[in-house]
Design a protein around this ligand. Structure first.
Ligand SMILES: [Zn+2]
Length: 247
């Protein structure tokens, strides 16, 4: 009859496979990662230029709106010239006119500078978009390929999920509860290999837990190897398994 240790080992393998499938399904597959990173980076660059362009356009609109306000003001002042009653009022009005003309000039400089940025950004944007087209096309192809692969992976995950359920059903409730606790504590890895420790000369063979390096008693190794017993590491409490050349 199959030992609980064998079932636990199979369960851990199935869980690892399921996790890998789910990670792939939720994210980007390995074969697509590099293309995805390049695509995102270029897309971000293009978005940065586009927002520079927007900012310049907005600055230009603001400056032009201010010019129009100031020109309105200037017009009002110029109309008032015929209404002044004395030299002092005339002087004050001329002063206001000079001020507003100065403001118009500043705004025109701002609008011109913004226009230059706008034109330069637009050129860069056009050329970057042109260069991006090929990459974007390759990315779209990769995405459709990935979308076509997904259902296969999803059904594979479904099969493994059913296997996990079946294996869990085969384990005694107590063992399953323990396994689940260890799994939670050690980020989904409940098993650790008991490995032969390198020995110097004729020193007796010893073993250690590969996960935490703690010494494993020879008696435990015998229990695992000969009886398929579930034995825990004395230190990290993971379930110990043997690799092929450990006993
Ligand atoms: Zn350990």
């Amino acid at each position: 009859m199959e030992s609980p240790l064998e079932t636990v080992t199979e369960l851990q393998e199935a869980l690892n496979e399921l996790k890998s499938l789910e990670t792939q399904l939720e994210g980007i597959p390995d074969w697509m990662q590099e293309l995805h990173d390049e695509h995102s980076a270029r897309q971000e660059e293009i978005e940065a230029i586009a927002s520079q362009l927007d900012a310049a356009a907005a600055e230009r609109r603001t400056a032009e709106a201010e010019i129009s306000d100031h020109q309105q003001q200037l017009k009002t002042y110029q109309e008032q010239i015929s209404l002044v009653r004395n030299q002092r009022e005339y002087g004050a009005l001329l002063h206001e006119i000079d001020l507003v003309k100065g403001q118009i000039q500043l705004c025109e400089e701002r609008a011109l500078a913004a226009l230059e940025v706008q034109e330069e950004s637009q050129q860069r944007l056009d050329s970057e978009r042109e260069k991006f087209r090929d990459l974007d096309g390759r990315y779209a192809d990769a995405q459709s390929k990935w979308n076509a692969e997904k259902p296969g992976l999803a059904s594979q995950a479904e099969t493994v999920r059913a296997r996990v359920k079946e294996l869990k059903g085969r384990l005694p409730a107590g063992v399953l509860a323990l396994f689940s606790r260890i799994l939670d504590r050690h980020h989904g890895q409940a098993l650790a290999v008991a490995r032969k420790t390198e020995r110097a000369g004729k020193a007796p063979q010893t073993w250690h837990c590969e996960a935490c390096n703690y010494h494993v008693r020879p008696q435990s190794v015998v229990q695992i190897a000969d009886q398929g017993k579930i034995v825990f590491c004395d230190s990290c409490k993971r379930i110990l398994i043997l690799d092929r050349d450990s006993h």
